[in-house]
Design a protein around this ligand. Structure first.
Ligand SMILES: [Zn+2]
Length: 150
């Protein structure tokens, strides 16, 4: 039907929800690199392009998350990535978002579980004021934690 076809830009403008987005799978490559530098963490590459390749070529499906978790062990980093995730969602006209993550995977640096949860919520709530994206968190517990990491 002439004139009725949706273009990519029409789709980009449509309001959306994202009901299942992984906090630790959604970092900007540039942010991963900045956090790694700030924290003195070694990543598989030191440029966005190198990191993109390294993460795509990982042998295990878990390699992206294994890498992102390394830089997500501080409250500041968790706040930042939650806030940036909302900013990126706003750019795609997402109006409502549910962000899932497992607090117990963010305690390697000694953070308390409650601190992890509070940092992510603070990032989402501040982003709601800044970008208008309503964000909630899905907090995942992991049974048999050590086996699940494989
Ligand atoms: Zn999932």
């Amino acid at each position: 039907m002439a004139g009725m076809e949706l273009t990519l830009s029409d789709i980009q403008r449509l309001p959306k929800t994202d009901l299942h987005v992984h906090l630790d799978g959604s970092l900007r490559l540039s942010t991963m690199l900045e956090l790694a530098e700030e924290q003195g963490v070694q990543l598989p590459a030191d440029t966005p392009e190198g990191l993109r390749k390294a993460l795509h070529c990982g042998e295990k499906a878990g390699s992206l998350v294994d890498t992102t978790l390394k830089v997500l062990q501080t409250a500041e980093a968790l706040y930042r990535v939650a806030h940036e995730l909302s900013e990126d969602a706003a750019a795609e006209n997402v109006r409502y978002m549910e962000v899932r993550y497992s607090p117990m995977l963010h305690t390697r640096g000694g953070l308390r579980l409650t601190t992890v949860v509070e940092a992510v919520l603070a990032g989402l709530w501040d982003a709601q004021k800044d970008y208008g994206v309503v964000g909630n968190a899905i907090v995942c517990g992991i049974l048999r934690h050590s086996e699940h990491l494989a």
